[in-house]
Design a protein around this ligand. Sequence first.
Ligand code: KIV
Ligand code: ZN
Length: 513
Amino acid sequence: MTDMTDKSRVLIFDTTLRDGEQSPGATMTHSEKLEIAEMLDVMGVDIIEAGFPIASEGDFAAVSEIAKRADRAVICGLARAKAGDIERAWEAVKHAGRPRIHTFIGTSPSHRAITGMTMDEMADSIHDTVSLARNLCDNVQWSPMDATRTEDDYLCRVVEIAIKAGATTINIPDTVGYTAPAESGDIIKMLLERVPGADEIIFATHCHNDLGMATANALAAVDAGARQIECTINGLGERAGNTALEEVVMAIKVRNDIMPYHTDIDTKKIMAISRRVATVSGFPVQYNKAIVGKNAFAHESGIHQDGMLKNAETFEIMRPEDIGLSETSLVMGKHSGRAALRAKLENLGFSLADNQLKDVFVRFKELADRKKEIFDDDLVALMNTSSGRPLEGELKLESLRVVCGTEGPQTAEMVLSIGGERHEVTATGDGPVDATFNAIKKVFPHGARLQLYQVHAVTEGTDAQATVSVRMEEEGKIVTGQSADTDTVVASAKAYINALNNLVVRREKTAPA
Ligand code: KIV
Ligand code: ZN
């Protein structure tokens, strides 16, 4: 149990699997959710919001399984202010050693108008739903959604009701990313001063990043007395996202002189989980993103490099090792052995069973034959490219040859297997990628629409691998696919096939009405 008599302790509540996954296109598979939850638990996250159990059978199954597997973190399930939601959330989280129900209702004037409730009716509903949650679970979090646009008096009134009904954590969401740091702090201060019983519970801050102030707003709330920060890895989340876990945690660590708080996060695990979340969500991290961006520790200008060589502290306020980036990312070439590969992958946050290592080693050797130097990022791309036998009915690229020229159209000759059956196909298109995608569509007709096609060079040089991400949508179902290869067109074909496979095998995800 966390010692909350320690007034400088800030709890980290991660909602990557709920608010993050809710972001259109960021859908994760069941096994990806379990994997991310385990990484969050191991890195020291205090509370994992594992999903919205009433939203779908898939969400319910993921929250239940995460609850069963969690080692140390509190496992939380979200519920609207409805008995059915709250009971369903409890059914899912009750398996956890430390379960929590999180229930919410929109309290601002526009949210009240949507529900059609008067202030008094909503106050009664808050009393009833928080009481119901508390009768099921002794750890209950309540959120007045859109708190930062709720009238002060009404906010104080409903927070008091929720505390009296048994809420142990009160979360103050800035649902539309509207607040600013001074105001974010003032709201917490006001609640602590005006609400009876406020000093008996924990205040949480939940900020969205629409105006780019989510991290500053969360830290201002902590300065005012909040002791739980709600955040996501890479700031994943609807619209401009949520407060980024890595930003608040590192800000507290680096500027502890002016923010004398501490979290339980093992910061050395930040980079590995950031990479994994970027892959499974299909949302790449922007190059200049604070803490986890590819350029966050790159010093390219002459003046910077000179200063860095003389004394790293000249330009570096934190060390790459602090977030789990190794000092040098140059790893190995084709003569490197299996033990070295295992050690390097462990260092990057991947622990592999012997049979997995065997498969990765074969692919590593293939890559090393094509590419002289293999960097950390190459290995991460290799790990994030699915391998192994396709599942029943799945598509697999057997071979691809594309004929290009200044005079179009381009032609793709492909062998594609579906559930093990080989199909040979030729198609043309407006460019090599278009021709390739047309070839796939010829063999496997589908109505999915390509929403996003993105190519990134993993490292420098003309022999660099390309990572390709695609996002596809069919009847409201959105999936992503990724692949990496030294040949951009092959990576594109594999990413597209990967997304189609996800569309075929993934469970339906339905939003709550
Ligand atoms: O942003 C928000 O208001 C939320 C609530 C459900 C807590 O995510
Ligand atoms: Zn939110």
